[in-house]
Design a protein around this ligand. Structure first.
Ligand SMILES: O=C(O)C(=O)C[C@]1(C(=O)O)C=C[C@@H](O)C=C1
Length: 272
């Protein structure tokens, strides 16, 4: 199964992708949006994108791409994130990594390297590659990246602010692969309305049917200030009549906008 994820080799997204595709079938892109675009266009059977981190919260580029493109969510992959500081030696002046990783290590960086410049790059593995090429740069990423090519020193391990640090990824697929089977469902709703009680009305159909909502996140629609797209995750499948009925109510509230059912799926925990 041909899959695409955030590169280069060695990103956390790459590690998550190995749960659904063989190593030789995985290609890399430089941004989450280009991954979603490639899957929506049918270039790949699967794409893996980060959605949410336990310390830093949503990966907003991923949410916005899911609202913009028509794709299916076919699996949720949850993995622990344990960051290491990698460099050719101690003489670096810049630490390069993905903005999420820099934020997840904020306390460590403020206490150990208050004067070092932080540089946000396309991915953790990209930062590590810069460190491999340049002794003035250190990278933050998975410790296994130290051994890829010219070995780097592991200057510190487990530098994330919380031991329990974990990220949720979505495995996405072309829309034909949308499934109604699975214990969780993701929706994106754009009511294109703004009146007192709208959010309450969007939540009630689920509460009334005892459906547990595991996440609701609003993102700006980009059309005007105060206008939002809602990303909703449910602990229920689209094969259940209560889920269909609740979504039909949401569709009724969104007559001037739209509701997209991204699909139902199960969760996989990847520990390595
Ligand atoms: O840069 C990587 O290694 C990624 O796979 C991206 C990403 C993210 O966007 O959250 C994935 C997991 C970690 O939370 C840090 C970075």
């Amino acid at each position: 199964m041909a899959a695409v994820t955030l590169g280069p080799e060695g990103t956390y997204s790459h590690r998550a992708t190995r749960a659904i595709a063989d190593a030789e079938e995985i290609d890399f892109r430089q941004s989450v949006t280009s991954i979603v675009d490639a899957v929506a266009g049918g270039e790949y059977d699967r794409g893996v994108i980060p959605i949410e981190n336990s310390i830093e919260g949503s990966v907003t580029e991923s949410l916005d791409a899911l609202a913009e493109y028509d794709v299916a969510v076919v699996r949720e992959i949850v993995t622990p994130i344990r960051h290491a500081l990698l460099a050719q030696g101690k003489g670096f002046e810049t630490i390069a990594s993905h903005s999420q990783a820099l934020a997840q290590c904020r306390s460590y960086l403020e206490s150990e390297y208050p004067d070092v410049a932080l540089e946000a790059v396309a991915s953790t593995a990209q930062g590590v590659e810069f460190a491999r090429e340049d002794p003035s740069v250190a990278g933050i990423g998975h410790p296994a990246n130290a051994e890829n090519g010219n070995a780097l020193e592991v200057l510190a391990e487990d530098i994330q602010d919380q031991d329990s640090n974990a990220t949720r990824f979505f495995a996405i697929a072309p829309v034909e692969d949308r499934s109604t089977g699975g214990g969780k469902t993701t929706l994106v709703a754009y009511p294109n309305a703004n009146y007192p009680g709208l959010l309450l009305e969007l939540l009630e159909p689920f509460a009334d049917r005892d459906i547990n909502m595991t996440r609701v996140e609003s993102r700006p629609s980009g059309r005007r200030l105060g206008d939002y797209v809602f990303h909703i995750d449910l602990e229920a499948g689209l094969y259940e009549s209560r889920t269909i009925e609740a979504i039909e109510e949401i569709e009724g509230l969104s007559e001037d906008g739209w509701v997209r059912r991204l699909g139902s799926y199960d969760t996989e925990h990847v520990v390595d």
